[in-house]
Design a protein around this ligand. Structure first.
Ligand code: GCV
Length: 730
C-alpha cells in the first residue's frame, strides 16, 4: 500500500500527500455526498460553536514513527479533524503549541515513551488504548497511547468519535481494552462473487481481478472495521469451495490480507473439510489418516509463508451437506484437532461451528447441536474455538439462548450472530439488532449460579477461557451504501461495538451511530433512537410473536409461509416448528415432548419448562398450549397472538410517520431511500399479520379480536405466491 504522511523533515510534503489521500478516501463519495458510502465516518463539519471548543484542543497532530498502521492513524486524523473542524490541522514532529494530539506506542514515539506509561499500557494489551489530557514540555496535549499500533489506531478512532458525537475532549482520562479477542466478520461470499444470504449486491472481493487489482474500497471496508474494533474477516462462505485453498486463490487472499493489515484486520478462510481430496486427489479426508494430516500441515505452512498473520480456519463440518470428520467415521474433536495441529505452530486458530444437525426422523433440531457437541467438552485443542449461534435453530427474529452456552465449561466458545437479515426482511426492513444481541448476551445460563450470563461465558470471566470472541455474519456488499438499507449500517456498527464490549447499552450505540451517520438535531436523534430501539420488538410482533419461529417462506426465508410442508426434511418446514392443531399452538420441548429444555441448567429449565413461569416471549418455543390459554394480560392466546401481529403493523405505520416528519433534517437522498424501504416494510408487515392469522385461524376457529384489522387478501392468495417480488428485492 502506498505510504502516506511521512515523518521527520517531510511534514509539509507529508501534509500534502495526506490531504490528497484524504480527498481520495471515499473517492466518489464527493459526487453524491449523502449516498451512504461514508458510513459513520462522514467527518462533515461540526457546528461553529462546537468547533470553537475543539480547535484549542486539536491544533496539531503528532504521530512519530513509520509504519503502514501509523500512516493510517495519521491519514485518519488528518482527514477526520480537517473534516469535522472545517479546516486542516497540521502534522507536526513535536509538541510546539498547546493542543497537540500525540498518538503512538512507546516503541514508535519517543514522546509517548517519555510518559512512562508502560505498566498501564501493558495491562491494556496491544489493542487497548489510553487517552489522557496531559502537559508535555509545558504545553497542553492529548495523548493517545497503546502498546500496539492497532491499539493506537483504535484510540484515534475513539477520539474522532468523541468529536463526531460532540463530547468534551478537554480533560480526558480514558482506558479501554476489548473484552473479546476475536471480533470477526464472517462473509458468506462465494468465489463467483455472489453472497449467500447477502442483500447488498455482490461480494466485496473481486476474485477475478485479484491479486492484480485490489479494489480501493477494501481500505474503506478496513477503516470501518477498525473504527469499531473489528479485527478479523473470514473472506469466504462457510459452505466452502475447496478452491479457496488452492495456490492461485491463496495469492488472491494474500492481496486482500495486505490491504486490510494496516487496519488491524486479519484474514481467515473457511476450509472445506474434503479439500485434500478435491485439490490434490487424496483418497480420503479422514482426519486420522497421516497423509491427510500432513496435507493440512503443509497447507498451513504454505498459507503462513504468504500471510504471516493469517487468522485461521472457520469450519462448517457435517452440516447441511458439508463434508466433515463424521463422513469418515470420526468425530468433531478428531476433525478440529487435526486442523488445529497444522495451524498451532503459526499461532492460528480453528473456529469450529456448532451449527450441526442431522436429518433423523422424529427428532428436535433444537436439541441436535448440544447432543452432538456437548459430550466433547474439554477435548478440543487449545487453539480451537467452538462457534455457537445465538440460538439453537437459526438466527430467528427471536430465540432463547443456545443451550450450549454454559454447558461446556472446558471449551472455548464464541458467539455467532447474524448481521445480515436472512430471516428479518433482508435489506428491506429496518431492524436494529443491538437489543436482540444484548438479549442473548445478558441471558443467564445459571451454570455457576445467578449472574452466569452468556457475555461472561464469552469473555472468559465465567470459565476462564483464554481465547474469546464473537463473530457476525456480515451484511456488506458492493451496493453503494454497503448494506442495502441505510439502517443496515447500524448493525455492522453495533456488532463491532458489542464485540468490543458486550455490555455496551443499545441506546448508546444507537445514539452514537445516529449522530455520526445522520444528524445531531436533538429531536431527530430522539425520534430515530426510538425507532431503532423499538424496531426489533416490532419485527418479532409482526413475524413471530410469543416464541413462534421458522415460519418463513422456504429457500429465501422472506415473508410468511406457516403452511409450508413441502420439503423432504421435516425440519425445513414451518409446520414442524409451530405444530398448530385444533388443540393449540407451539412446540412442546418439555418432558411431554422433545424434552430439549433438559439441556439447560436446572434453574433455567425450571423456568423455561414451566408454561406458567416461562417469559411469554418464549412460550410457543417451549410449549404447545391451547388457543384459549389465559395469558398474563388476561386475554386468550388467540387474541393475544392476533393483537401482537396488529401491534407490529401499527408500529411500522407509526415509524413511517416519525420518519416522514424528519424530511427536512435528514438529507433528501437517504431520507427518500429509507422512506421507500419503510413502505415495503409496512406492506410486508401487513402480509405477515394477515397470512399468519388467516392460516392459524383454520385451526383456532376463532374470530379476530376487536382492534385487529380485516385481512387485505385471502389465505389462498397469500399462499399462492411469496411476497419476495421485484419490489422486495430493491
Ligand atoms: C451458510 C442457514 C442458512 C444457510 C447457511 C447456514 C449456516 O441454514 O439458511 O444459508 O449456510 O444457516 O449457518 O451454515
Amino acid at each position: 500500500m502506498k505510504r502516506t504522511c511521512r515523518g521527520r523533515g517531510r511534514i509539509r510534503a507529508g501534509l500534502l500527500v495526506c490531504a490528497a489521500v484524504a480527498l481520495q478516501l471515499f473517492a466518489g463519495a464527493a459526487a453524491k455526498a449523502d449516498d451512504g458510502y461514508r458510513l459513520w465516518l462522514r467527518y462533515d463539519p461540526l457546528p461553529a460553536n462546537v468547533v470553537k471548543g475543539y480547535r484549542a484542543r486539536v491544533s496539531s497532530i503528532v504521530v512519530q514513527g513509520e509504519s503502514p498502521t501509523l500512516d493510517a492513524v495519521r491519514t485518519e486524523l488528518v482527514e477526520g479533524c480537517a473534516g469535522l473542524l472545517g479546516s486542516s490541522v497540521p502534522l507536526a514532529e513535536k509538541v510546539e503549541r498547546d493542543g497537540a494530539l500525540v498518538v503512538g506506542t512507546p516503541q514508535s514515539s519517543p514522546l509517548i515513551n517519555g510518559l512512562k506509561l508502560e505498566r498501564e499500557l501493558t495491562a491494556l494489551g496491544p489493542e487497548g488504548f489510553r487517552i489522557r489530557s496531559v502537559k508535555l514540555g509545558g504545553r497542553s496535549a492529548t495523548v493517545i497511547a497503546s502498546r500496539g499500533e492497532t491499539g493506537a489506531l483504535y484510540g484515534a478512532f475513539h477520539f474522532l468519535r468523541l468529536m463526531q458525537t460532540e463530547q468534551p475532549v478537554g480533560n480526558l482520562d480514558v482506558s479501554q481494552r476489548p473484552r473479546l479477542r476475536l471480533r470477526v466478520l464472517d462473509h458468506w461470499d462465494n468465489l463467483d462473487g455472489t453472497v449467500e444470504r447477502g442483500y447488498a449486491g455482490r461480494s466485496l472481493w473481486d476474485w477475478d481481478a485479484l491479486p492484480g487489482r485490489v479494489d480501493p474500497r477494501l481500505r474503506d471496508y478496513a477503516r470501518a472495521d477498525a473504527s469499531v474494533g473489528i479485527n478479523g474477516s473470514v473472506l469466504n462462505n462457510v459452505n466452502a469451495d475447496a478452491k479457496s485453498l488452492s495456490a492461485e486463490y491463496l495469492r488472491k487472499t494474500k492481496a486482500v490480507a495486505d490491504a486490510l493489515r494496516p487496519y488491524g484486520v486479519r484474514v481467515y478462510l473457511s476450509a472445506r473439510f474434503s479439500a485434500p481430496m478435491e485439490l490434490d486427489g487424496l483418497k480420503t479426508a479422514d482426519p486420522l489418516d497421516p497423509e491427510v494430516a500432513g496435507w493440512w500441515k503443509r497447507k498451513a505452512d504454505e498459507i503462513y509463508k504468504l500471510i504471516p498473520d493469517f487468522g485461521g480456519f472457520l469450519v462448517k463440518a457435517n452440516s447441511e451437506g458439508q463434508p466433515g470428520p463424521r463422513t469418515y467415521g470420526r468425530d468433531h474433536v478428531d476433525g478440529a484437532n487435526m486442523l488445529a495441529a497444522g495451524l498451532a505452530p503459526h499461532g492460528g486458530v480453528v473456529i469450529w461451528r456448532a451449527f450441526v444437525y442431522d436429518a433423523k426422523p422424529g427428532y428436535d433440531r433444537a436439541a441436535a447441536a448440544y447432543e452432538q457437541l456437548q459430550p466433547f467438552d474439554g477435548r478440543f485443542a487449545p487453539n480451537v474455538l467452538l462457534q455457537v449461534k445465538n440460538g439453537a435453530i437459526d438466527f430467528q427474529p427471536r430465540e432463547p439462548f443456545h443451550p450450549l452456552f454454559g454447558a461446556m465449561p472446558k471449551t472455548q466458545m464464541m458467539l455467532e450472530a447474524q448481521i445480515t437479515q436472512e430471516y428479518l426482511g433482508h435489506s428491506n426492513h429496518l431492524v436494529f439488532l443491538a437489543p436482540a444481541w444484548r438479549e442473548v448476551l445478558d441471558s443467564d445460563t445459571r451454570a455457576e449460579g445467578p449472574g452466569s450470563t452468556v457475555a461472561r461465558v464469552l469473555d472468559g470471566s465465567l470459565f476462564g477461557q483464554r481465547l474469546t470472541g464473537m463473530a457476525g455474519v456480515a451484511n456488506t456488499g458492493s451496493d453503494r451504501n454497503w448494506t442495502g438499507h441505510h439502517f443496515g449500517q447500524a448493525n455492522w456498527y453495533a456488532f463491532g461495538r458489542l464485540a468490543w464490549n458486550p455490555d455496551t447499552p443499545p441506546r448508546q450505540i444507537a445514539d452514537e451511530w445516529i449522530k455520526m451517520t445522520f444528524t445531531h438535531d436533538p429531536k431527530a436523534v430522539a425520534a430515530v433512537t426510538r425507532i431503532m430501539l423499538e424496531s426489533h420488538e416490532a419485527v418479532v410482533d409482526y413475524m413471530t410473536p410469543l416464541g413462534l419461529h421458522h415460519i418463513m417462506w422456504g429457500g429465501h426465508h422472506y415473508g410468511p409461509a406457516p403452511w409450508e410442508n413441502k420439503f423432504e426434511r421435516a425440519d425445513w418446514n414451518p409446520v414442524y416448528y409451530h405444530k398448530a392443531d385444533a388443540a393449540g399452538l407451539g412446540f412442546d420441548r418439555t418432558a411431554t415432548g422433545s424434552n430439549a429444555v433438559a439441556q439447560y441448567s436446572p434453574a433455567v429449565r425450571a423456568v423455561f419448562g414451566d408454561p406458567n413461569a416461562v417469559p411469554e416471549k418464549y412460550l410457543l418455543w417451549f410449549h404447545h398450549v391451547p388457543w384459549d390459554r389465559r395469558m398474563r394480560s388476561g386475554r386468550t392466546l388467540w387474541d393475544e397472538l392476533a393483537l401482537d401481529y396488529q401491534r407490529g403493523v401499527d408500529w411500522v405505520r407509526a415509524a413511517r410517520k416519525s420518519w416522514d416528519a424528519l424530511s427536512g433534517v435528514i438529507d433528501a437522498e437517504r431520507h427518500a431511500a429509507v422512506a421507500k424501504k419503510l413502505e415495503i416494510q409496512e406492506r410486508d408487515a401487513v402480509a405477515w399479520r394477515d397470512a399468519c392469522l388467516l392460516y392459524f385461524q383454520t385451526f383456532s376457529k376463532r374470530r379476530l379480536p376487536a382492534g385487529v384489522e380485516r385481512p387485505q387478501k385471502t389465505l389462498a392468495e397469500y399462499m399462492a405466491e411469496s411476497i419476495l417480488d421485484e419490489d422486495s428485492r430493491q
